[in-house]
Design a protein around this ligand. Sequence first.
Ligand code: C2E
Ligand code: CA
Ligand code: CA
Length: 709
Amino acid sequence: MSSFRFSLQAQLALFNGAFLAIVLGLAVLSAQSLRVVAGKTDALASKWIEATQLLGALSEGMSKFRISETYRILAETEEERIAAEQRATENRVEIEKLQKDYFALFRAEPRPDLARFRDALAAYLAAHDDWMARTPDILAIRAARGANALHDLYRAADEAADAAIEELRWSARAEADTAARVTDGALKSMLIASTIASALAIWLLFRVKERVTRPLAAITEALAQLAAGNRHVEVPEVERDDEIGAMAKAFDVFRANAQALERAHEATRAAQEHAQILARQDSLTGLPNRRMLVADLHAAIERVEDGAAACALLIVDLDRFKPINDLEGHRLGDAVLCEVARRLRQASRKNDIVARLGGDEFAILMEMSPGTHADQATRVAGRALAAIGETIEIGERRIDISASVGVSLCPEDGLDVSTLLRAADIAMYHAKRDGRGLFRFFEQGMDEELRRRAALESALKKAIAAGDIHPYYQPLVDLRDNRVYGFEVLSRWTHETLGPMAPDVFIPLAEQIGVIGGLTWSVVRRACREALQWDAQVRLSVNISPVQLEDPLLASRLLATLEEEAFPPSRLDVEITESALVGDVDTARATLAALQAEGVTISLDDFGSGYSSLYHLRAFHFDKVKIDRSFVLAMQHDEESGKIVDAILSLLKHLGVTAVAEGVETAQALRRLAEHGCEMGQGFYFGKAMPAADAARLLRSRRADRRVA
Ligand code: C2E
Ligand code: CA
Ligand code: CA
């Protein structure tokens, strides 16, 4: 495209110069031609016309002179002759003057016609003078009349004058012809020059159109498209080296900037959209998030206020999800949450909103016609619990999990978002407290209870940290020789304002809030230290919660504590309940085996009250089995219970496991137990749980008794 490396300005200047030169040349040429023509015309006007006039006057003077001469010849008298001569002399003076003037006109140019005329005139005048001399008077004239050759000479001069006039006419015509030719030539060259100039102008116009107008239009079109949003448009003429090229390049940069801006804008828009989705959606499960749920709950409440609907809010909180996440890794935890989300969707009705509130907490918002919402909420809560309760399989892993569900109803429990959320939350905490895997509807009063519980929780935590939970010791007696062979360690806590707290209250609480470990280690450590002050053969029994038995590191922790306190493992007995054996059986088995390998004995606590599984008796090698105190207590007035105790004792005897009876309150019970082969006993009959000093005193008095005996 670019055929010129000159700038447009330079090109235009060049074209302008050429054009101006042509026009100027044309003007100069025309002026010169005009001057030539004007000169010629001037010459014609002044010289040739004057010459013709002079020649005419000369010819007339000559005629007059000739006439005067004729009068002289014809004169009758002397007076007439003299008068004629006088006239002739006057005529001659005039002729000579005219002749001089005439020749002066042509002084510069030698002309043969003039020479001829002058010679003829001179010959005639000379002949005239000669004749005059020869005819001085009238008589001489009469004598010479007829013999006069003057007439011929006059005729020759006159004819020469005529010839000169003719010649002049020719000359004038020649001059006029020259002027016409010059004019013609000038016209022709002007025509050629203007043709060239016009062609140049047209070419220039074409060039301007080709090089400026059209490219500008193309660039404008490209810009218009760019403005209309066509981002793939290309700015033309960018490769040119001139001003258009520079402009196109500038626009191309602008286009690139616009594109970059557009891209940046798009990226921002995408980010905004993503942020908006994130703002409304939980990124892990794809469920609506808390913010969305709150908005939907708002809308639902408005419809409830209009009387058109009722709604129920379910808060679903997974039980013991934290250990899965902590011990198995976040990847597995995430997979479990996604599966739970899927199951909740399935368990809920089509139009219910299932949301993730965060962590392991979900919510289901149900809307329905008034009056039916409690029933429907019950159904969905039941389905949700059942769905979550089914074993979750992720790869090789099989995970059993449960959830606690709290339900609040609208309008019954409140007509605003925060009240309904809080009510469902409180109900959910109650479900957890009541044993997990359950759902609870919100009830008035739950709130107060929850506050009390929260206060108790924080007091318990403080008490554990401050070492305010003490070990008490309840004697374990060998029924065969009536010796105190050891003590069961039982925790005692006296609350600042509430007084002594029952372990049945604070132990489950410690389990629920995950502080049972801290409590156990602190109590066991203190018990070991205190027991080391007693006889070397006195044993300690400690209670280990089912929750603790899920910890694969339990055995090493316990053994490390014993080592730190220099308490021989062979003096320790660990009591576990059957409920500890239904979770992760493999871990429990490994833990118990590891403890037994170090000499720790294992007792199965509260046998008869729970599963009372023969399978457990066979699968685990317990050193002792403690028969639950409820049977032993009931035995005294209920023969059925007595028979059950008898049967258990006989079973244990056959399995070769030591039997321990709990709740021995009377001598009568003791007797019956001993008769049926029960080896060990524990109960108020022997002593309640007591502080270490009392336990030491008891041991001392027992020893003294035996010595006396
Ligand atoms: P347990 O392991 O069955 O402990 C025996 C419970 O029976 C004790 O109640 C004891 O005071 C009571 N008891 C003993 N003899 C008799 C009797 O002749 N008649 C009656 N009516 N009761 C008798 P306590 O101390 O209130 O403990 C309740 C439960 O709390 C314990 O039951 C045990 O499961 C748990 N517990 C206590 N301390 C600890 C602890 O340090 N760790 C753990 N994990 N659990 C503990
Ligand atoms: Ca126990
Ligand atoms: Ca027990």
